[in-house]
Design a protein around this ligand. Structure first.
Ligand code: CP
Ligand code: NVA
Length: 308
């Protein structure tokens, strides 16, 4: 039994195997209806419980479809509608009970500590569907999307623009080490990666460049990524944060610094006209809708890896 909580918890070999399995399964089901099961139905007779403490469109839909394609079923639990670490039942007891009913749990939480605690008490695997610290499923899907467009990501240059200290940028830094790509982060000093992720990056010898000059970060990049300037439950002064991040918008000028075949990625939801202009997100280099689709394919592979 394996949990999927952070990219840094897995070896490069395991992560590569997850991506290759996703590519293979996606190819093998071409022509099938969106929710039709794969021929081998590896999750048949099994189920996943999903708990969302925060809103979600993509993670909710893509996990549900992923489970269906693996031949299983899923149930979404509203934390306000169940005994979830409050009132009469502890988090530990909820975890013990869920372990009796389902084969895997997916949790989206504002507290990474809750995720780890819940995982410790579950007797089945847990998948991180986004926490305040990381968003590993999104970054795994993004690796898949990059490789479908432009081939192996190894040795390539990815550029991250904007908030350099959020769940997405943390997982991207971890992925840069595991998949061996260069990562340029263009962000204001105030929103630079935090000490603990920088410590990990150093230990893992991540080829990381951090600059406050966004155009410099984008120069020669094979992929430009960004994210909302204010994340869900980000307890900041939104107006002041957005003002600080204004020079870190992905627009045509910034994209022109990247390589001509560079792609633009965004995990969505997007703040149109804030972190990215409409002409970029709706333009030829943008792969954002395929990123959303690939959540299904990467997560099927992650579920399979957890239960195998
Ligand atoms: N990218 C992503 O995780 O989207 P949702 O918040 O809609 O799940
Ligand atoms: N950093 C964003 C990602 C959304 C998928 C957030 O946490 O809101």
């Amino acid at each position: 039994m394996k949990n999927f909580i952070n990219i840094s918890d897995c070896s490069s070999v395991e992560l590569r195997a997850i991506i290759e399995e996703a590519k293979k399964r996606k190819q093998n089901r071409s022509g099938l209806n969106k929710s039709a099961p794969d021929e081998d139905k590896p999750f048949e007779g099994k189920s996943m419980a999903m708990i969302f403490e925060k809103p979600s469109t993509r993670t909710r839909m893509s996990f549900d479809i992923a489970v269906k394609q693996l031949g299983g079923s899923s149930i979404i639990l509203n934390p306000d509608g169940i005994h979830y670490g409050k009132g009469e039942e502890t988090l530990k007891d909820t975890a013990k009970v869920l372990s009796e009913y389902v084969d895997i749990v997916m949790l989206r939480t504002s507290s990474h500590k809750n995720l780890e605690e819940f995982g410790r008490h579950l007797d089945v695997p847990i998948i991180n569907g986004l926490s305040d610290v990381s968003h590993p499923c999104q970054i795994m899907s993004d690796i898949l999307t990059y490789e479908e467009s432009n081939g192996s990501i190894e040795g390539k240059t990815v550029c991250w623009i904007g908030d350099g200290n959020n769940n997405m940028s943390n997982s991207l830094i971890e992925a840069a080490g595991k998949f061996n790509f260069k990562l340029n982060i263009g962000c204001p000093k105030k929103y630079s990666p935090n000490k603990s992720i920088l410590k990990l990056a150093k230990k893992e010898k991540v080829k990381l460049t951090i600059t406050s000059k966004p155009l410099e970060a984008a120069t020669g990049a094979d992929c430009v990524m960004t994210d909302k300037w204010v994340s869900m439950n980000d307890k900041v002064n939104k107006i002041s944060k957005k003002k600080t991040l204004k020079p870190y918008q992905v627009n045509k000028k910034l994209m022109s610094k990247a390589n001509s075949d560079a792609i633009f990625m965004h995990c969505l939801p997007v703040g149109r006209g804030e972190e990215v202009t409409n002409d970029v997100i709706d333009g030829k280099q943008s792969v954002v809708w395929r990123q959303a689709l690939n959540r299904v394919h990467a997560q099927k592979s992650i579920i399979k890896w957890c239960i195998d």
